[in-house]
Design a protein around this ligand. Structure first.
Ligand SMILES: Nc1ncnc2c1ncn2[C@@H]1O[C@H](COP(=O)(O)OP(=O)(O)OP(=O)(O)O)[C@@H](O)[C@H]1O
Length: 265
């Protein structure tokens, strides 16, 4: 598994990335010398305390922020060009569904903007609703669904145009633990079935260790990578692996990494 992934082609390549925000009370270095290669089919989680630049890094990949210096490519293209070629789907912290549109209508929206034919739109909406186990809910409105179902709909929307890369910014942060466990399992199945490359931001150590092929630990002020941990687990991951010694050992290493980079203020 590890060998296959290390041979896979690079999808996201960051080299010496720096980003300095000019905030009202002075410059904030959100990213410092961030270098990382993410290969096709990897599931890479970013974990670190609030303000360490996880979201900023994901936003740079999605061309929503511009690095101050360094090199960043997505599928060999600039982030802007990758965005135009619809290289990725983006799932935000909040589901962000339009309340006046049905679930199907929400999923269809980017497809309408991108000019897919009506028949293609309908077929794609159906397919992604099945992928996230929401078949039969297309005609409902967001408020008729639970928080977990809304987040699944938001994932379906990001999957609808079949981008190879899925960028997810703490998609399950607001959900209770049981729902989160289930969505973690579902996301892994989806990842295994589709072979997508996933960049995933989380605050949860168990979530990062359970989901990822690699875990990137970051520390704040300035935001930088302090550890990158390879997972020994394959694509098949029953929830019970969380009780295994290997799992606990990785979780401990992540915890140590977070502790080492933590600054008390
Ligand atoms: N547009 C902006 N202008 C100024 N400063 C910003 C801007 N966006 C982010 N920052 C700062 O950059 C740093 C990194 O922010 P970022 O949101 O990437 O962190 P994060 O690790 O994702 O945090 P969280 O876990 O709380 O979401 C923080 O200090 C934040 O205040």
């Amino acid at each position: 598994m590890k060998d296959t992934l290390s041979l896979a082609e690079p999808v996201i390549e960051a080299e010496g990335l720096n980003l300095i925000f000019q905030a009202a009370d002075g410059p904030v270095q959100a990213l410092r010398d961030v270098s990382l290669t993410i290969r096709k089919g990897e599931f890479v989680s970013f974990i670190g305390p609030s303000g360490c630049g996880k979201t900023t890094f994901l936003r740079c990949i999605a061309a929503l922020e511009k690095p101050s210096s360094g090199r960043l490519t997505v599928n060999g293209l600039s982030p802007e060009a990758a965005r135009q070629s619809r290289a990725y789907g983006y799932v935000f912290q909040a589901a962000g569904l339009y309340p006046w549109r049905t679930i199907a209508g929400n999923i269809r929206l980017p497809l309408e903007i991108m000019g897919f034919s009506r028949a293609d739109q309908a077929e794609r909406v159906q397919r992604v609703l099945e992928l996230v186990d929401l078949q039969g809910f297309g005609k409902k409105f967001p408020w008729q669904l639970s928080g977990g179902m809304q987040q699944r709909a938001s994932i379906a929307r990001a999957l609808a145009f079949d981008a190879d890369i899925l960028l997810m910014d703490e998609p399950f942060g607001a959900l209770d633990e049981i729902v989160r466990d289930r969505l973690n399992e579902e996301l892994l199945k989806l990842w295994a079935a589709t072979g997508k490359t996933v960049g995933f931001v989380t605050h949860s150590i168990p979530e990062a260790v359970y989901l990822s092929t690699r875990i990137v630990v970051m520390s704040p002020r300035p935001g930088r990578i302090t550890d990158v941990i390879e997972s020994p687990f394959g694509r098949e991951r029953p929830l019970e692996i969380r009780d295994s010694p290997e799992f606990l050992a990785i979780a401990n290493r992540v915890r140590e990494g977070l502790r080492a980079g933590h600054i008390d203020e």
